[in-house]
Design a protein around this ligand. Sequence first.
Ligand code: URA
Length: 409
Amino acid sequence: MIMILDIINKKANKYELTKEELETIFMGYLNNEVKDYQMSAFLMAICINDMSDSEVFALTDIFIKSGDVLDLSFIDGIKVDKHSTGGVGDKTTLIIAPLVASCNVPVIKMSGRGLGYTGGTIDKLESIEGFRVVLTEDEIKNQARDIGLVITSQTKDLAPLDKKVYALRDVTATTNSIPLIASSIMSKKIAGGADKIVIDIKVGCGALLKTMEEAKRLESLLIKIGSYYQKEVRTIISNMDRPLGHNIGNKLEVLEAFEVLKGNVKGELLNLSLDLASKMVSMGKEISEREARDEVVENLNNGKALNKFLEFVRYQHGDIDNLKTDAKVYNIKANKSGALKDINALAIAKLSESLGAGRKNKDDTIDYNAGVVIKKEIGDEIKEGDVLASLYTNIDNPNFNLEGIFEIS
Ligand code: URA
């Protein structure tokens, strides 16, 4: 009989744990035999003393086996999934999914709601009037066969242990452990039935990882876990000191993704979307990234990706023809002149949440119309009185905290 305190002590004293020990403490936690305070101490010991590769593989396996594993073999072709470690204004899934599907690589994605400053992909899609995010398995199969693109909320209980551990990590300052992040991400992707996985690792003030060194370590662990499960993993490390694109907030992000697919947006959001989509198409079709990029760019330019997006939204009953934000608009004006040096992602995220676009607790309701639209680019010459951003909210007499958002000098 392994004692929980012995396991915690062993990690606190920097010894490597066996799979059996990890299973005892983690499954015990899922079954409510191990208490929150014990798991908190254990997670903190992991944060401080790290995990060996074999501990990480064992933990990933325990997370996967704690719930259902999706079987997507009914869909022909290689199924490539994409994950982002999370960023402000990150709406790339809405752009990439139709881009990739328009190149005849199937995209069947189970996404989540967001907890934190902004919504998740499911919240963003739900901001489209009528859009159905809850689909039955038969509906998913039919839609996958008909149009090769489905984005739905989880139908099965995938990696429930990760969900429980993540909720505790969120409130015990144990989110930024790289082995815990790696096993959390990979267990969900593998349980979700992916054959191959592309991961966008965000680094910067608005991301979980603050330094390039941390991002590199996570990258190497994700690839190692992938090869342990014989699943190819490719990664991109992208900047999250600044928000991605101009719009932050659920419906505003759908609107911006729509504009990208119409060919009306250039810059970092488009470039990152093309990079990620090219990796997915390259892996799905087993062609070079250069060939894949040519296809992706062609389908953006010839309107096939846009048509796939429209087909997908309509298939899931979304009213894409009447997509507009319904909120009061307040303009933030520059209080001095100079060059725009920085737009702080974290400060924008907090502002967006205060306008109603995010949720602090999982049962909070989101105002889909709320958010921020940034009107200027880094490097722009700003004159006092210029509009820097428009804020959308339905909160009466809102009290905005604009501190630290725009650096002008
Ligand atoms: N994303 C996840 O899914 N899990 C983590 O632990 C961090 C980011």
